[in-house]
Design a protein around this ligand. Structure first.
Ligand code: NAD
Length: 365
């Protein structure tokens, strides 16, 4: 059973789907691993470390001509052409439904497992790449905000005078939001946080931050620990009720999203106008339309004197750890997909396991 690890070619991508430590473990379980030359270099994993781990270095065609292709980012047309018909593909598909690329893969008989379709259950936790990458995004987004803010985050008392701590608000207290709160607290900011799910208030307090409590007249808690979309009336109430809290903030890190829905608008243009010049907004929902309508996906812009960061790939700015976490998520998934045998790992029935069944992309045609 041959596994392929290609170089990621999406613009700005620095991560790699597996790292030498994980490759060594896969080889120990009877897999052969083909790594495209240079695949790990931008993440800090040189070719020599993969060969020392027992992998074969190959060219791009060799990395794709395998039984199981491991990828971080969505494939492009050339990738799909290079895939082995009937093979297995695991990666972040960056898509909520079937699209042209996925249809082309399915037409080739490739079995596609989408990492973002991983159920958020306790058994799947060690394989949950959305969580591992969002954790990194929450951390890195906070550092980005701190670096772009022209003042201190912590209180500073010096012989040249003192500075008050920055007032930092986190919107959306899921994986990225919790890590943003923890990182901002470590940096000494005065942190406030809001989520539509009331159960997050205890988590906010446990990290030393203050929950912002709003009465929207309806609960935002949905199934499986996710939020549910609010009614139009509650959305309007939410924007109005948050506006005074947000206008007072010096830094806002916003992460509110319901999977496969457009991001809710929480930071209106009016709020941005009211913020102190030099304030910073980092909008982690930028790729899904943003929690602020002034956000430009992939860019850092200044509007009404406020810096708005719409970068869409924070994990790629922490490539060594982001790749290591992703590689371990994949290895834990591979562990439940195969049964060891004398002649090497044997693929289980993917429809039989609730995790792989949920991840498997089925043709809608
Ligand atoms: N820019 C990047 O580099 C990057 C990287 C990773 C994740 N992300 C993005 O960060 C966001 C958060 O990811 P996550 O894994 O933490 O998701 P998550 O599902 O764990 O958290 C999202 C949170 O938003 C809350 N929410 C939903 N609607 C809300 C509303 N109207 N008001 C307040 N809160 C609301 C949910 O209750 C949930 O707690 C997503 O948009 C994700 O795509 C961005």
């Amino acid at each position: 059973m041959k596994i392929g690890i290609p170089l990621e070619t999406a613009p700005g991508e620095t991560r790699v789907a597996s790292i030498p430590e994980v490759v060594k473990k896969l080889i120990g379980k009877g897999f052969e691993v083909e790594v495209e030359a240079g695949a790990g270099v931008r993440a800090g994993y040189p070719d020599a470390d993969y060969t020392a781990a027992g992998a074969q270095l190959t060219d791009r065609a060799g990395a794709f001509d395998v039984d199981l292709l491991l990828k971080v980012r969505r494939p492009d047309v050339a990738d799909v052409e290079a895939l082995r018909p009937g093979g297995l593909y695991i990666g972040l598909l960056e898509s909520c439904g079937e699209d042209e690329i996925l249809s082309a893969m399915l037409a080739k008989g490739v079995r596609v497992l989408g990492m973002e379709r991983m159920p958020r259950t306790s058994r799947a936790q060690s394989m949950d790449a959305l969580s591992s990458q969002s954790n990194i995004a929450g951390y890195r987004a906070t550092l980005e905000a701190a670096a772009r803010y022209g003042r201190f985050l912590p209180m500073m008392m010096t012989s040249a005078g003192s500075a008050k701590p920055a007032r930092l608000v986190v919107l959306g207290v899921g994986v990225a939001g919790l890590q943003a709160i923890a990182t901002a607290r470590r940096l000494g900011a005065d942190v406030y946080a809001y989520d539509v799910r009331p159960e997050t208030q205890e988590q906010i307090r446990s990290l030393g931050a203050k929950p912002i409590e709003l009465d929207l007249g309806e609960s935002g808690s949905g199934e499986g620990g996710y939020a549910k979309e609010l009614s139009e009336e509650a959305k309007a109430k939410q924007q109005a009720a948050l506006s005074d809290q947000l206008a007072k903030a010096h830094v806002i890190i916003t992460t509110a999203l319901i999977p496969c829905r457009p991001a809710p608008v929480l930071v209106t243009e009016d709020v941005v106008k009211r913020m102190r010049p030099g304030s910073v907004i980092v909008d982690l929902a930028a790729a899904n339309g943003g929690n602020c309508p002034l956000t430009v996906a992939g860019e850092i812009v200044e509007r009404h004197g406020v810096t708005i960061v719409g970068l869409t790939n924070f994990p790629a700015l922490v490539p060594a750890d982001a790749s290591a976490f992703y590689a371990r998520n994949l290895a834990n998934l591979i562990e439940i997909m195969f049964t060891p045998s004398e002649s090497g790992p044997v693929l289980n029935d993917l429809a039989e396991d609730d995790i792989t069944a949920a991840m498997l992309v089925k043709s809608s045609t």
